[in-house]
Design a binder for this molecule. Structure first.
Ligand code: ATP
Length: 835
């Protein structure tokens, strides 16, 4: 697409964002009490923000104007954060991680695909070189240590010469045998035909009857083909089958891809030009306008000296550096206002000092009062109903939106066809920068001038230098703080470089190479009946794509964007629980691939015997967290994490000390700050074996990964067969296959498909199409996930804090609340009557 198209898209998206921000600001004020209404409102906002997010992501990826990109990036981060905030609100309201929007989607005329959370391409693009470099180093270390030997399916074994000769002989004899058999067959057929000719030769050949026979066969065959074709066309016409070139990538799409990669090149070029221009334009401005600015400033300040003296009889005090120098005087204020301000400030400071003293003497009382106030406020909130919690990202988006309206909305860009940087905007920005730089120099000069003036005119002595004292005092304070901090986080490896620690972790097998899988490779289908089922009080099973969305929201977006991680509701740890083969590990690898994160493996089996002892363990965790923090984003994966929290360690596993990490994990979580982009992900097949309390304390978010439902199995079978080289024909009834494989997981499906589709079978497909029976035969030896197992996961989840809360809300909680409300209303009514 063209520059004009992307610009148009941006303007449209900004319009949509603008109206959404207006609605949000209205809603912030109102309080609501109807839960259904609140959820509908939140969900609508969420869906609309996701649409804006999708468009902005596209625009940011393709627009080539460097200054527009800076603004779009800011808004994009804001929108991402807001989406996360709204999700958090919905979770707190509904007490479940999964939400279904099918009814709202219908109202908004959107397809479920439009709810997919996009993964901004800038996550990887901006760090491409760093990631590649790191991958190279990792591969090098693995090669040096011999840890990189890939798992080979078929190991090649050498065989003795005699055996090899025998094998070749067997193959050669078989070939000769086949040839001989073919000759014999031909001879036999020749003889047979000759015999037949002899028998028939006696009869008189009826040419007419023969022609009729041939015609009959040909017409039958011809009509058969024709009917088949007509049936196919009818199916396509009815929409029961896709048209023949439906799955083919069209030439236009290929062309579009080429254009977008070209645009990326232009983007990089414009970015470089812009960075150069920032330096050159500033230098030019300094040369051309620097002197003028300096003289203007000096004149202004001199004028202020004289005005002040004329009005007050004395020369003013020059604002010191910390206050901002002369800049504060000329922020649209008259000199008198400034002096009044200074006097007012001094008075306020004195008042504050007095107040603080009073507070210090009566420090015990306010605590209780505060507590009381707190409870009162809570009660008030409950009475008033639900209100949207304050947002960090709204102001960020509004700021961006205002800049858009002021600068870009009505900007005439007819001169800027290639969409390169706008020098005028840089000049405006740099002029301000230059002015503040020059102002510092001018302030120095003018301070001296004022001193001289005071000496000459008022014959004043030099005032004591306050600033210097203040500075000294502050510095001391800061030093004290730093000292304390230093003591707290002792660096056990201060003498070592990050590179050496990185190498050590790779050699120990704690830092591993993430598999290259994208989140989009996690196949599944949407759940189309979520809301309908909930309306009839049936809790729907989440679909695979719901899980995928949660991974994008909780794992990928915060890890990819530093701003989002810092300000959005923080998720430090994530638990993926589900039966074997539902793709838990795949999701962990996908998080790493999409964000370019390092992957640390702290599974109980992997750390067994490494860094022994208490000190060793501390050292290991210190090194892991240090490297993870320095080379962020990072994912710390704990596979089979229930082992770390075993209620009772099985005797067979006692040797590997599975519970080593148990006490350390909460400590690590406490150490992680919002600016550390580190995510702890645990995966488990048997969460019920773990001690619930400590388990749930460590894992902030718990995601149950379900086995695939019918719709998901249908797409899984189709896509996995195609990915492995299979061709889907009418002979392969995928629907029945999906139906009879209820209970089997993705892992089973992958295994079966890979087992059936050998190289030989793939080659045979042209004359022997695939059938469902082939796959089913292989499945018979595998055991599916039984209903009981699935129920045990559900039961376990109901015992987690979130599950408990939801159960309470669904059964007793709601009715109790309503009763309370009813009572309150009655009381109110009585009071009013009395009045
Ligand atoms: N939604 C999916 N789409 C495509 N492939 C999938 C999907 N889910 C899982 N797979 C594939 O299934 C196989 C098993 O997945 P994985 O090992 O991640 O499961 P797991 O839940 O971690 O299993 P376990 O609990 O036994 O360790 C992998 O080859 C993975 O690529």
């Amino acid at each position: 697409m063209s520059n004009a198209m992307y610009n148009k898209m941006w303007h449209q998206t900004q319009e949509a964002l603008n109206s959404l921000l207006d609605k949000e600001s209205q809603n912030m004020m109102e309080s609501q009490s109807n839960q259904v209404f609140i959820f509908q409102m939140l969900a609508t906002f969420y869906i609309k923000y996701v649409q804006i997010f999708r468009n902005l992501e596209d625009v940011y990826d393709q627009i080539v104007h460097p200054q527009k990109r800076i603004l779009i990036r800011k808004i994009l981060d804001g929108v991402m954060g807001r989406v996360l905030e709204l999700k958090n609100e919905m979770v707190e309201l509904e007490l479940t991680e999964f939400h279904y929007f099918d009814d709202i989607l219908q109202d908004l005329k959107l397809a479920p695909q439009q709810l997919d959370i996009p993964i901004p391409k800038y996550f990887l693009k901006e760090k491409l070189e760093v990631i590649k470099g790191r991958e190279k180093i990792l591969a090098q270390i693995l090669a040096d240590t011999g840890l990189d030997i890939p798992e080979k399916k078929y190991t090649v074994k050498g065989i003795p010469l005699e055996e090899a000769v025998k094998l070749i002989q067997i193959a050669e004899r078989a070939r000769q045998g086949r040839l001989r058999a073919m000759f014999m067959k031909q001879i036999f057929l020749q003889e047979y035909r000759a015999k037949q000719a002899k028998i028939l030769g006696e009869k008189v050949a009826d040419v007419g009857a023969a022609a009729l026979q041939i015609q009959k066969v040909w017409r039958g065959f011809h009509q058969c083909k024709k009917t088949e074709k007509q049936r196919e066309e009818e199916m396509i016409f009815l929409g029961m089958k896709p048209p023949p070139l439906f799955n083919e990538v069209s030439a236009t799409v290929i062309q579009a891809e080429k254009v977008s990669s070209l645009r990326n090149e232009v983007q990089i070029k414009h970015e470089e030009n812009y960075k150069e221009a920032l330096v050159t334009i500033k230098d030019d401005l300094k040369l051309i306008e620097g002197l003028d600015i300096k003289e203007n400033l000096q004149d202004q300040i001199r004028h202020w000296f004289i005005e002040c003296r004329n009005l007050t009889g004395t020369f003013p005090e020059y604002p010191n550096v910390e206050e901002g120098g002369s800049a504060i005087i000329f922020s649209n204020k008259t000199p008198q206002q400034v002096t009044e301000d200074i006097i007012a400030n001094q008075e306020e400071e004195e008042k504050n000092k007095k107040k603080n003293k009073k507070k210090a003497t009566t420090s015990k009382k306010p605590k209780k009062e505060k507590e009381k106030k707190g409870t009162k406020e809570k009660n008030k909130e409950e009475d008033e109903g639900w209100k949207m919690s304050p947002s960090v990202f709204l102001s960020m988006m509004e700021e961006g939106n205002n800049v858009y309206k002021d600068l870009w909305k009505n900007k005439d860009e007819s001169w800027n066809f290639p969409q390169d940087y706008d020098p005028e905007l840089i000049k405006q920005e740099k002029r301000k920068e230059l002015e503040s730089e020059i102002r510092v120099q001018v302030d120095e000069l003018m301070r001296q001038e004022l001193k001289n003036l005071k000496l000459a005119v008022d014959r004043e002595k030099e005032p004591p230098v306050k600033a210097a004292k203040k500075k000294g005092g502050k510095k001391k304070g800061k030093k004290g703080k730093k000292g304390k901090r230093g003591k707290k986080d002792k660096d056990l490896t201060a003498d070592r470089t990050i590179e050496s620690l990185y190498k050590e972790l790779v050699e120990e097998g704690l830092l591993i190479q993430a598999l290259k899988v994208n989140l989009s490779d996690y196949i599944g289908e949407y759940s189309y009946l979520g809301t309908t089922l909930r309306q009839v009080s049936i809790e729907p099973m989440p679909s695979l794509l719901d899980v995928r969305q949660l991974i994008a929201l909780y794992g990928i977006l915060p890890l990819g964007s530093a701003t989002v991680h810092e300000k959005a509701p923080l998720v430090k740890s994530l638990l993926l629980a589900g039966p074997s083969g539902v793709g838990k590990k795949m999701l962990v690898h996908a998080i790493c691939t999409e964000t370019g994160a390092n992957l640390f493996n702290l599974s109980a089996a992997n750390i067994a015997g490494k860094y022994p002892g208490k000190n060793g363990l501390q050292m290991m965790l210190h090194v892991v967290i240090k490297v993870a923090r320095e080379l962020q984003p990072s994912v710390v994966w704990i596979g089979d994490t229930e082992k770390t929290f075993y209620k009772k360690v099985p005797s067979a596993e006692r040797m590997i000390e599975p519970k080593r990490l148990k006490k350390q994990l909460p400590k690590i979580l406490r150490l992680l700050k919002p600016d550390d982009r580190i995510l702890i992900v645990g995966t488990t097949q048997r969460p019920f074996d773990a001690e619930l309390q400590s388990f749930c304390r460590v894992y902030q978010k718990i995601i149950l990964v379900p086995r695939p439902d019918y719709a998901s199995r249908l797409v899984l079978w189709r896509q996995i067969i195609q990915r492995n080289g299979g061709i889907i024909t009418n002979a392969l009834n995928i629907s029945s296959l999906a139906k009879v494989t209820d209970g089997f997981t993705q892992g089973h499906i992958v295994e079966v498909v890979q087992g059936v589709l050998t190289d030989r079978r793939i080659r045979q497909q042209t004359y022997k199409p695939l059938t469902a029976a082939e796959f089913v035969t292989m499945l018979t030896s595998m055991s599916p996930v039984y209903q009981e197992e699935e129920d045990s996961f559900k039961d376990w989840y109901a015992k987690t804090p979130m599950g408990k809360k939801r159960a309470l809300a669904l059964t007793g909680g709601d009715t109790e609340k309503e009763k309370d409300k009813g009572k309150k209303k009655e009381k109110k009514g009585k009071k009013e009557k009395k009045k």
